[in-house]
Design a protein around this ligand. Structure first.
Ligand SMILES: Nc1ncnc2c1ncn2[C@@H]1O[C@H](COP(=O)(O)OP(=O)(O)OP(=O)(O)O)[C@@H](O)[C@H]1O
Ligand SMILES: [Mg+2]
Length: 497
């Protein structure tokens, strides 16, 4: 008897069929990967299982028993837990308070000692090591996610849903997560894991189910598939993963960083040059100054010292809006915080940052038709799945939100594009599309600074590679003159001779 059986589930949002007669089955004790393109319906299906959304039709059985999951509280009673794509912790409260929130031990007042001892026990079982009194706000992304997982376990979850848990993690944190999942598997937990990374599916799962356009394409044992087979199931055609790059013909320097100091704790600096027609890739383990550099390039933070030169002009003190007007586009690493207005329509999000662009504004009056035409163009060109431009952007799947940001920033002919983790959360088809777009921009003579913690992306895309370590550019190499292994060593702080 399966742990979960979802039968003929359908769900529509207005005219959009998000799920169409979906059958989904998960065995007890297995790790089951749920795959599919951006907008395929993965989160929607899991939100229905967790009681956040309600299906228009279909049935759910938990261990053979027909259930009606009206809300997450009821899902929890059936021992289902969920870790969302976007975390749901209360930042100002401590780890302890977040874990026990809604499930406090103690009949009248909260019995913290009792809660702590239950937490200790679980921590030992799963090899977690929390500082319970720290506020959530000071934790790293990986730590916050571990609190979410722990919280689900603390509430007695036997079936744990993880919605794209690795999208926001560094490779090191992914290792930690996989160790935790292994412990959970040993304890007999059932795990549903959503990911876009096929190699994770291959190492982690017992079985995989692929969704496309709201329909089930198939459920297979992982040993029966290869990444190529999965990719084809996901997108419906065979993806050619080999990107052919044209010869590198750099032009004039566009961006110059001169001894830029980004971390207070170190004397190190960054100096580099990005030319027309060049993709300069900055590799490095997350936390080595990428975030600070991003803010400094965006114009929202000041460097501790050093200069930024753009097209021969010193822009170190230039505010963000003015930089954009000069032709500097930016894809920030955190789209929710820095790149979109979640509650606002898609069309407004296309205007964001470009309110004063002469294309859209004429003597201070918005040229709505031009904006609409541009937004329509972008949505078509980038195959973005939306129902209408008036729809709030927050209703889109994560990947489609990212595509909107990318198309907005790259779509108005910038001279320089700073792209920070541009394919985070995207499906393989979309990654391929974005990578090809980056190369097209390069071939049209644009300068591109790519900041990414994904080594394979850096290797594949860059003409020149710099490695960031503790705020310092400790090595710079031409692509093709450095191996993945050497880059790995630089990233760990080893200096070249
Ligand atoms: N609350 C909502 N209102 C309107 N449409 C929605 C809502 N939630 C989801 N959708 C739509 O349903 C479809 C499926 O979305 P879902 O979030 O399930 O995709 P996904 O497979 O999780 O994609 P991703 O990999 O990008 O996270 C999308 O087209 C999305 O825009
Ligand atoms: Mg999703």
């Amino acid at each position: 008897m399966p742990a979960i059986l979802m039968k003929q589930i359908s769900k529509a949002f207005d005219r959009l069929k998000a799920l169409d007669h979906v059958d989904f089955e998960v065995d007890a004790g297995e790790v089951h990967c749920l795959l599919g393109e951006n907008g395929a319906g993965k989160s929607t299906l899991m939100n229905i299982l967790y009681g956040l959304y309600h299906a228009d039709a279909g049935e759910i059985y938990i261990h053979g028993k027909a259930v009606h999951i009206a809300n997450p509280k009821i899902a929890q009673q059936y021992h289902i837990g969920m870790v969302h794509q976007h975390f749901m912790l209360i930042e100002s409260m401590t780890v302890l308070q977040n874990i026990i929130l809604g499930n406090e031990a103690g009949r009248f007042a909260i019995d913290y000692a009792e809660n702590r001892s239950r937490i200790d026990e679980l921590e030992r079982l799963y090899h977690f090591d929390f500082d319970l009194d720290k506020p959530i706000s000071v934790l790293s992304v990986g730590e916050k996610q571990r609190v979410e997982i722990f919280k689900a376990l603390y509430r007695g979850a036997d079936i744990v849903i993880l919605d794209e848990p690795t999208a926001v993690l560094t490779p090191q944190e992914v290792d930690v997560l996989f160790r935790i999942l292994d412990d959970m598997r040993k304890q007999g937990k059932t795990i549903i894991f959503i990911t876009h990374k096929l190699h994770e599916t291959m190492v982690l799962s017992d079985r995989v189910t692929v969704l496309r356009n709201g329909k089930i394409i198939g459920s297979l044992r992982t040993e029966e598939v290869t990444p190529k087979i999965l990719a084809t199931m996901m997108v419906g055609y065979a993806i050619d993963f080999d990107i052919v790059k044209s010869t590198f013909k750099p032009g004039k320097p566009v961006l110059e960083l001169r001894q830029l100091k980004v971390l207070a704790a170190s004397h190190a600096t960054i100096s580099l040059q990005v030319r027309q027609g060049e993709i300069y890739g900055i590799a490095g383990v997350d936390g080595n100054g990428q975030q600070e550099l991003e803010g400094i390039l965006a114009g929202t933070a000041k460097p501790l010292s050093g200069r930024i030169i753009f097209n021969g002009e010193d822009i170190t003190a230039m505010p963000a809006a003015k930089r954009k007007a000069k032709g500097i586009a930016l894809i920030p690493s955190d789209r929710l915080q820095n790149a979109i207005l979640p509650g606002m329509p898609i069309i407004d999000n296309y205007l964001l940052g470009f309110q004063h662009n002469s294309m859209f504004s004429h003597f201070g009056i918005l040229r709505f038709n031009v904006l609409k035409k541009h937004a329509d163009n972008m949505v078509n060109q980038y195959s973005i799945k939306i129902s209408a431009l008036e729809q709030p952007i927050s209703q889109l799947s994560g990947g489609n939100q990212q595509k909107i940001v990318f198309s907005r920033e790259a779509g108005l002919n910038p001279l320089l594009l700073v792209a920070v983790q541009p394919v985070r959360g995207l499906d393989i088809g979309a990654i391929d599309a974005i990578h090809r777009q980056l190369l097209q921009l390069r071939d049209r003579g644009k300068a591109i600074l790519l900041i990414s913690t994904e080594l394979s992306e850096i290797m594949e895309m860059s003409d020149t590679i710099g490695v960031l370590y503790k705020g310092e550019l400790i090595a710079q190499r031409k692509a093709g003159e450095v191996t993945i292994e050497q880059l790995g060593l630089f990233m760990a702080g080893e200096r070249p001779e």
